[in-house]
Design a protein around this ligand. Structure first.
Ligand SMILES: NC(=O)c1ccc[n+]([C@@H]2O[C@H](COP(=O)([O-])OP(=O)(O)OC[C@H]3O[C@@H](n4cnc5c(N)ncnc54)[C@H](O)[C@@H]3O)[C@@H](O)[C@H]2O)c1
Length: 370
């Protein structure tokens, strides 16, 4: 079995991320390597994952008692309501802390399953098998778990809880739409912007090959992206300072998603990509980012044929709503808005406490330019 294995160590946990292909055949070897033992497992799987993929895993776990929960994942079902249903199923089947939850799905399934794992009997074993590019390069690393609040917005209820292992199998990515692949690419791209010009240059050269899932290039892009997130999370697990740079584009992006009602016309990754476009323009206007870097970043986005424009989703009259979502972001601790700005390709900084009037004016002036 040829694969990459990345070890994560934080102050509270230690686990591995496996990156490669055809892992379902080898799941027992991985469990033994990682010393993960349990009697019962609940597989929470995304409804878009074919049942034959779920069956492959069940077959390999034949010595264990395996239950399944089919999850229709979207930002609405990433909710306390679903958490309650899953917890009832675990209780009904007498799951103990020694048992295990296996997430098989994208970032939504992983965030929800991780959150359930963290609160069920104060913590049960958790295996994350991310099936989207976004989840493989971002959501499955770093221990953030959570669900959305129906009224107030995204990821407002959650915990820090690391999995026992992450198994990123790139075979799953073959059934993703181009739109979903671009969402994952947005996070790989963001990691390069905030932390590594070398990775940015790699993406400039190979972005088309990554999106056409050329195995070698794809796995390198995933590995390098995971390394950046690992490095940041290991330095600041609980998001006290450095980890905030991972939010480049997210304060805007989350507001765009929330204002669209978490509908499929604008999904998380597209919100983030528009958020990154907004954040780099804001960084340029604030004279933090050079025009040269700004143009180069935009060119990379254009090369992906990412054609979404803010004005397709919002009118000037929506800006107040966007600002109120931004203010509700959990990274703010007063009425001002914190933003991550880009200083240059490969270096970001956290700028605290922007007055909301300033951001409102910027959006009024630039709604048509993003
Ligand atoms: N915990 C973190 O650190 C972190 C980081 C980034 C994002 N997130 C969260 O992750 C979520 C976004 O993740 P996502 O983009 O993976 O969303 P997702 O889980 O909704 O998956 C995207 C879509 O792909 C489908 N899908 C999943 N796997 C598939 C496959 N192999 N083939 C075909 N379709 C498949 C899903 O049903 C869904 O329609 C957001 O809720 C975001 O808040 C969390």
């Amino acid at each position: 079995m040829r694969y990459n294995r990345l070890k994560i160590q934080t102050s509270t946990s230690k686990y591995s991320i496996y990156i490669g292909t055809n892992f379902s055949n080898k799941i027992n070897t991985i469990l033994n390597n990682e010393k993960i033992f349990f009697n019962k497992a609940l597989i929470i799987y995304d409804s878009k994952i074919k049942i034959k993929e779920v069956s492959k895993i069940i077959l390999k776990l034949k010595k264990k008692k395996v239950f399944i929960y089919k999850f229709y994942s979207n930002e609405k079902s990433k909710s306390f309501n679903t958490v309650n249903k899953i917890i009832s199923k675990l209780l009904k089947n007498n799951f103990t802390r020694q048992d295990c939850i296996i997430s098989l799905g994208g970032g939504i399934t992983g965030d929800l399953s991780g959150f359930v794992s963290s609160i069920y009997k104060r913590g049960i074993k958790f295996i994350n098998i991310p099936t989207t590019l976004l989840a493989q390069v971002d959501a499955s690393i770093g221990g953030k778990t959570g669900v959305n609040h129906e009224i107030y917005g995204k990821n407002l209820i959650g915990s820090f809880y690391h999995p026992n292992v992450v198994i990123a199998d790139t075979e799953y990515l073959k059934s993703l739409s181009k739109k979903e692949l671009i969402c994952g690419y947005a996070e790989i791209f963001k990691h390069s912007l905030i932390y590594s010009k070398k990775n940015f240059l790699f993406l400039e050269k190979f972005n088309k090959k990554i999106l056409s899932l050329e195995k070698k290039v794809l796995q390198k892009a995933i590995l390098e992206s995971c390394k950046i997130k690992k490095s940041i999370v290991q330095k600041d697990e609980k998001e006290k300072n450095l980890r905030m740079i991972l939010n480049l584009g997210h304060t805007f992006g989350h507001a765009y998603e929330a204002a669209c009602g978490y509908k499929n016309n604008l999904n998380h990754g597209e919100g983030v990509m528009l958020g990154i476009k907004t954040a780099i323009l804001f960084s340029l206007k604030e004279k933090k980012l050079s025009l040269n870097d700004f143009k180069r970043i935009n060119q990379n986005i254009l090369n992906l044929n990412f054609n979404l424009k803010l004005k397709k989703f919002f009118k000037l009259s929506d800006i107040n709503k966007l600002i109120s979502y931004m203010q509700n972001d959990k990274k703010n601790n007063n009425s001002k808005i914190n933003l991550v700005l880009l200083n240059r390709i490969g270096k970001a900084s956290i700028k605290n406490s922007y007055d909301q009037k300033k951001i409102k004016k910027f959006l009024y002036e630039n709604l048509d330019n993003i």
